[in-house]
Every structure is written in structure tokens, then in C-alpha cells.
Design a protein around this ligand. Structure first.
Ligand code: ADP
Ligand code: 5GP
Length: 235
């Protein structure tokens, strides 16, 4: 794999990834972590309680509503939003740390957060993950809740309704990734991340790097419109 990392002092690239719940974003990001060096994963602050095996400081910093509101007062957030009645936010300190160590940063945030970050940092790279269809999204949500032993029908319905609203925000994103076959999606996500590094390095790409650029280009929103229309029609 080509090393197309950043160095301390160079401006780091901010990647934003969003998806309707159940599309497979967490699965994709966990895979990406294994393949791409020099990429920090932003740990957000949230007022929702930990789920399953989640640990404070690993998946999220779990804090109270009062603590969250005190951070808003101190202007400690790059962005924050309410999702499913809970606060979620990205601390400015996360971005500063990534810059100091010369790493790029990946923000896993919702569509409201993407808008806020893009308006402050137009050169951030945003990626929207879509399920191949509503039926497949429903099946993934069901499968996941079965494996977690919580089959809450009302939660699944609510997430499907929310998904339709979130998908309407796809025009705000740079890249669209349809998570159909997992292996192909991981390759595409890796190509998008490395492709942006290669492009911004200004150096002529090697043959392998050209392959990343070609794969990434196919995921540009402008090249995905037909496929997106097909998916939207199922919602
Ligand atoms: P999200 O983080 O977007 O809410 P998850 O990563 O938790 O979604 O994935 C939801 C469910 O779908 C999980 O059970 C996961 O194993 C499954 N899944 C993820 N990607 C795929 C895929 N490409 N094909 C089939 N199932 C998938
Ligand atoms: P979950 O509770 O399932 O982990 O996350 C719910 C939603 O909140 C997901 O869409 C996730 O991307 C989003 N989210 C997580 N952290 C942040 C954050 O810091 N800011 C914003 N705006 N959204 C976040």
C-alpha cells in the first residue's frame, strides 16, 4: 500500500462519514482502521448511555447533559447536534491533537454535524454511506438488534423513518458509498481516503495510486446519481 501520510506541520485532511443507522458505517470504519495509517478517529462526546461493550473514552466520552451544556458554553465544540434526543459533539481539542501529530482525522458524525463542519472547513472530505435498499437496511437493523438481544420493533420503525430523512441530505456530500458487498465497500472507502491524500500531495501518482484515484472517482456524487435514484425509489 502506498504511504501517502501527512507530516507534522502539514495541514491534515478531515474526513467526515455519515450514514443512516444500520447501513454498516461502524463495520466499514473498523475495517478502514486496519488499512490506513496516520488516520485518527475522532472520539465524540455524548449524553447517551453506553451500549453493550462500549467503553468511556473508546467509542465515546460519555458525559451528562449538564457537562455537555457547560462545554457548549465554553465553545469547546467544533460542531454538535441532537440526535435521537441526545447530544453528540466533536471537541475542538480532537482536531488540534490530530494536527499536532500530523495525522488526518475521521469524523463519524450525522448530517447536521457534516453541514456545520463543511461550512467552517469547505475542504473537508465528506462521504455518505447508503444501504443498497430499504429492505436491506431493515434486514440489517433487525439482524443487529437480534444479535444484541433487543428486538424493539418501534426502534427499528423509527430508524427507518429517520433514514429516509437523512438520505435526503446526500447532495451535501462529496462521495457516495453504497455498502452492498462489504469487501468492495471497504476497498472503495480506502480508495477515497488514500485518493484524497494522493491528489493533495500534488505528486504524480504511481500505477497503484492511479487505481485508487480511479476507484475514488467512481464514488464521486456526480458519478453516482443514477444508482442513488434507484435506492431513493425504495424508500
Ligand atoms: P451502522 O454503524 O451504520 O449503524 P453497523 O456497522 O452496526 O451499522 O451494521 C449494521 C448491521 O449490518 C451489522 O449487523 C453488520 O454486521 C451488518 N453489515 C454491515 N455491512 C454489511 C454488508 N455490506 N452486507 C451485509 N451486512 C452488513
Ligand atoms: P450512535 O448513538 O448510534 O452511536 O450514533 C447516532 C448518530 O450520532 C450517528 O449518526 C452518529 O454518526 C452520530 N454522531 C456520533 N458522534 C457525533 C458527533 O460528535 N456529532 C454529530 N453531529 N453526530 C454524531
Amino acid at each position: 500500500m502506498p504511504r501517502a501520510g501527512t507530516k507534522p506541520g502539514m495541514s491534515s485532511i478531515r474526513y467526515i462519514i455519515s450514514a443512516p443507522s444500520g447501513s454498516g458505517k461502524t463495520t466499514l470504519v473498523n475495517e478502514l482502521r486496519q488499512y490506513v495509517p496516520n488516520l485518527e478517529f475522532s472520539v465524540s462526546y455524548t449524553t447517551r448511555p453506553p451500549r453493550g461493550s462500549e467503553q468511556d473514552g473508546r467509542e465515546y466520552h460519555f458525559i451528562t447533559r449538564e457537562e455537555f451544556e457547560a462545554m457548549i458554553e465554553r465553545d469547546a465544540f467544533l460542531e454538535y447536534a441532537q440526535v435521537f434526543d441526545k447530544y453528540y459533539g466533536t471537541a475542538r481539542s480532537v482536531m488540534q491533537h490530530a494536527e499536532e501529530v500530523g495525522h488526518d482525522l475521521l469524523l463519524d458524525i450525522d448530517v447536521q454535524g457534516e453541514r456545520q463542519v463543511k461550512s467552517k472547513m469547505p475542504d473537508a472530505v465528506s462521504i455518505f454511506v447508503l444501504p443498497p435498499s430499504r429492505a436491506e437496511l431493515e434486514s440489517r437493523l433487525r439482524k443487529r438488534s437480534q444479535s444484541e438481544n433487543v428486538l424493539a420493533e418501534d426502534v427499528i420503525r423509527r430508524r427507518l423513518d429517520e433514514a429516509r430523512r437523512e438520505i435526503e441530505n446526500y447532495p451535501n456530500y462529496d462521495y457516495i458509498l453504497i455498502n452492498d458487498r462489504l469487501e468492495q465497500s471497504v476497498d472503495q472507502l480506502q480508495a477515497i481516503v488514500l485518493g484524497e491524500r494522493i491528489r493533495r500531495s500534488g505528486k504524480p501518482p504511481s500505477p497503484v495510486e492511479k487505481q485508487y484515484l480511479t476507484t475514488a472517482q467512481k464514488c464521486l456524487k456526480a458519478n453516482m446519481e443514477e444508482k442513488i435514484k434507484g435506492i431513493l425509489a425504495t424508500f
